[in-house]
Design a protein around this ligand. Structure first.
Ligand code: TXA
Ligand code: MG
Length: 319
């Protein structure tokens, strides 16, 4: 029996299986099994009203989970699945409340990773999977990250190497008259607009579905984290050091040499590489035991939006 077959058997038995996707690692359970889904919430320490994304082997499974599927959903699925896009659609009545957070919508996506697709095809049904981290913490982008946080609660961790994208999928709400981006991701608004025929707006409306990733503090290291405008970074470092703080910096360029109490990690200059490295870097800097993580704020350009979103949330708990 292959490891993927064993993983599918564990899912059928109601166990948790962590698996790689192109965005981050997921903590998977049979989305149709209430006990299995309950295990996800227990393992993560996640509030029960936070909905989960159901992962599917391909777009033909959409109709088993959603109703009133608008033509745009099929066009987007054709264009971007498998890929880092989650669609929020009206749910089938049979979808568990524990999966939808009691809402009348369900989040669905086909991930683009060979191991994930093998697992989903072998399982041949929906796998509910949040990011495989403890609630509110940094999402895992390697199997090692999952092991560090959830080893005692998962039956198996499929190791597919580092995730290619590195931050979570773009969440697009298609359950209302016009599409809205509830969580920005590396699949950007412009690409979605090309298929939708109009530019989706950002953020939920009052009756829009809830997104836990939209809590202000999320994806956060335990060390206080602050963003500094690139121009103010040197001054911010100087000031923190002047106050006797041990500082770790994530920014372009190099550290002024000779300060052993200052750790400097050079950040990628383009959003794709920055996103790819972001969570591993934050974990690494968090583990140093410094007093402060300083990150150079990304440019305001649209292509940096998803990265800026995660950094702002990481910083929000530290104010
Ligand atoms: O890239 C990803 O999306 C990763 C990988 C594992 O697929 N998953 C992920 O799951 O980020 P999680 O649970 O960490 O974040 C899922 C987000 C949450 O913010 C949740 O509130 C939102 O999706 N969500 C799920 N179902 C929803 C629904 N019916 N309405 C609104 N938001 C929903
Ligand atoms: Mg998450």
């Amino acid at each position: 029996m292959t490891e993927v077959m064993r993983a599918a058997d564990l899912l059928r038995a109601g166990d948790l299986v962590a698996f790689p996707t192109e965005t981050v690692y997921g903590l998977g359970a049979d989305a149709s099994n209430p006990q299995a889904v309950a295990r996800i919430f227990a393992a993560k320490g996640r509030p029960a009203d936070h909905p989960l994304i159901v992962h599917l082997p391909d777009a033909s499974h959409l109709v088993r989970w959603a109703v009133d599927i608008p033509p745009a959903a099929h066009r987007l699925a054709t264009a971007f699945w498998p890929g880092p896009l989650t669609l929020i659609l009206k749910r089938q009545a049979s979808v568990l409340d524990a999966v939808t957070g009691g809402q009348d919508t369900v989040g669905l996506r086909v991930p683009n990773h060979p191991l994930a697709l093998q697992l989903l095809r072998e399982f041949d049904s929906g796998v509910a999977a949040p990011s495989a981290n403890r609630f509110g913490r940094i999402s895992p982008t390697t199997a090692e990250h999952v092991r560090a946080e959830l080893d005692d609660t998962v039956a198996l961790i499929l190791d597919g190497g580092p995730c290619a994208v590195g931050i979570e999928s773009t969440i697009l709400d298609l359950s209302q008259a016009t599409a809205r981006i509830l969580r920005p991701g590396m699949l950007d608004a412009k690409s979605l607009a090309a298929v939708l025929g109009y530019s989706p707006e950002f953020g939920g409306t009052q009756n829009a579905p809830r997104v836990s990733g939209s809590l202000e503090t999320h994806y956060a290291p335990q060390t206080p984290l602050r963003l500094a405008a690139a121009d103010d970074l040197a001054e911010a470092v100087r000031k923190a050091r002047g106050n006797g703080l041990r500082v770790a910096v994530l920014a372009a360029g190099q550290a002024a040499s000779g300060d052993e109490r200052l750790t400097w990690r050079t950040a990628a200059a383009d959003p794709e590489h920055f996103a790819h490295d972001l969570y591993a870097r934050l974990r690494e800097l968090d583990a140093l035991g410094v007093d402060l993580i300083l990150v150079a704020a990304p440019p305001g350009d649209e292509c940096w939006r998803a990265v800026a979103d995660r950094l702002n949330r990481a910083a929000a708990g530290s104010k």
